[in-house]
Design a protein around this ligand. Structure first.
Ligand SMILES: Cc1cc2nc3c(=O)[nH]c(=O)nc-3n(C[C@H](O)[C@H](O)[C@H](O)COP(=O)(O)O)c2cc1C
Length: 363
């Protein structure tokens, strides 16, 4: 009953994309192991240079593409035939350069959120086999992207990820005031987008993927039953041996309670979902350290422009390295369900009900 997922030229054994998690939460290790298990593994571009051998404290924009390609290489060493891709946020100052680095690094899929990737098919025209996947939260955003890509580049998305602002982790594509007010309908939005695609492009088969709030097999089956062609899951993969974050980051998920998870306004001008227990320390750290904006990593950022809020990339970097006292721990609403550190294969076994023989063969 669970069918493989077709994304462009690629057939993915299990209809699961591991969501990109920036600033080295999903680097080469996590992406490689997810791809090895038969899903799509994504290396996230945002801040990948930090905590890498390529960054010397001054050369952020030179180091980013190098570190990004090194993580892709690592992922392919783990899963030479795997479907390995990237997540590149449109809001990044070096978006175009990182898309090019992804292609050079052999990414098979490019997933883009945190803004509308209207120019993406132009940037990747020399690599037509690379599957292009925008993340949206509304029919309107999907229509804008599809019309622009079709008219401007004669290209359609190879899949569309629909991210639910009420449950997903990290930056969210909806206004703070309306998140969680009960109006958003994740699967309604998916069905609207599917109906729109079917009406406008009846020949095209564009899978629509549900992101946000999918944790276990019942959630996965529910998503498929409600009309999604697959799921994108991020938070579930944090408490794994293979996740690229420090152990303290993983433990923060295991230790957090449901009520610790909430919304924080990011200097990027978007709300984000995170563990909130330490948020006062995040800004305090920047004040105490008189932290300048060193990298100018985002196109638009209130910390870069006027030192408002906090430096997002360094706060995420601190958390990734294990400082969960002053670092920002992004997570989805389900993170409190993490109760131990397991393996990526165990998650696949549970989600896809793999028997022992199948799991052994995959391992
Ligand atoms: C720690 C963390 C970091 C994230 N970073 C990014 C990112 O860099 N780019 C992006 O498009 N989405 C990012 N996300 C969103 C995920 O890719 C995913 O769509 C979402 O979290 C799915 O919901 P789930 O966590 O409930 O599975 C992040 C999520 C988490 C938990």
């Amino acid at each position: 009953m669970i069918k493989p997922l077709k994304i462009g030229h690629y057939t993915v054994k299990y209809p699961l994309i591991q969501g990109g998690m920036g600033v080295r939460i999903s680097g080469g290790s996590l992406a490689g192991h997810v791809a090895k298990c038969g899903g799509v593994g994504l290396v996230a571009a945002a801040g990948i240079a930090l905590n890498s051998e390529f960054y010397d404290g001054r050369n952020y924009f030179q180091a980013e593409p190098l570190a990004f390609k090194a993580e892709l290489k690592k992922a392919y060493e783990i899963a030479p035939d795997g479907i390995i891709g990237v997540n590149v946020m449109v809001a990044l100052a070096d978006f175009e350069k990182l898309v090019e680095a992804a292609i050079e690094g052999g990414a098979k899929v490019i997933v883009c959120g945190a803004g509308l990737p209207l120019t993406l098919p132009g940037l990747t025209a020399h690599a037509p086999d690379v599957a292009l996947v925008p993340i949206v939260s509304s029919l309107r955003a999907a229509q804008l992207i599809v019309r622009k890509w079709h008219k401007g580049f004669n290209r359609l998305p190879d899949a569309i990820v629909v991210e639910d602002p009420d449950t997903a982790g990290g930056h969210l594509g909806e206004k703070m005031e309306v998140i969680g007010n009960g109006d958003y309908d994740q699967y309604g939005t998916i069905r609207e987008i599917k109906a729109y695609l079917k009406a406008e492009f009846p020949e095209a088969e564009i899978p629509v993927i549900a992101a946000g709030g999918v944790w276990d097999r019942p959630d996965l089956l529910n998503a498929l039953e409600q009309g999604a062609d697959g799921v994108q899951m991020a938070s579930r993969f944090v408490a794994t041996v293979e996740c690229d974050a420090a152990d303290e980051f993983k433990q923060a998920y295991i230790n957090c309670k449901k009520e610790d998870i909430g919304l924080i306004m990011s200097p990027a001008g978007l709300p984000g979902r995170a563990i909130l227990s330490n948020t006062a320390n995040i800004r305090q750290y920047d004040l105490d350290q008189k932290n300048p904006c060193r990298m100018a990593c985002l196109k638009k950022c209130s910390y870069k422009e006027s030192r408002e809020r906090f430096c997002i990339v360094t706060s995420l970097d601190r958390a990734q390295r294990g400082d969960v006292e002053t670092g920002l721990v992004f997570c989805g609403t389900n993170a409190w369900k993490a109760d131990h550190i397991g393996t990526v294969q165990e998650i696949f076994n549970e989600l896809f009900d793999l028997g022992k023989a199948e799991a052994d063969a995959a391992a």
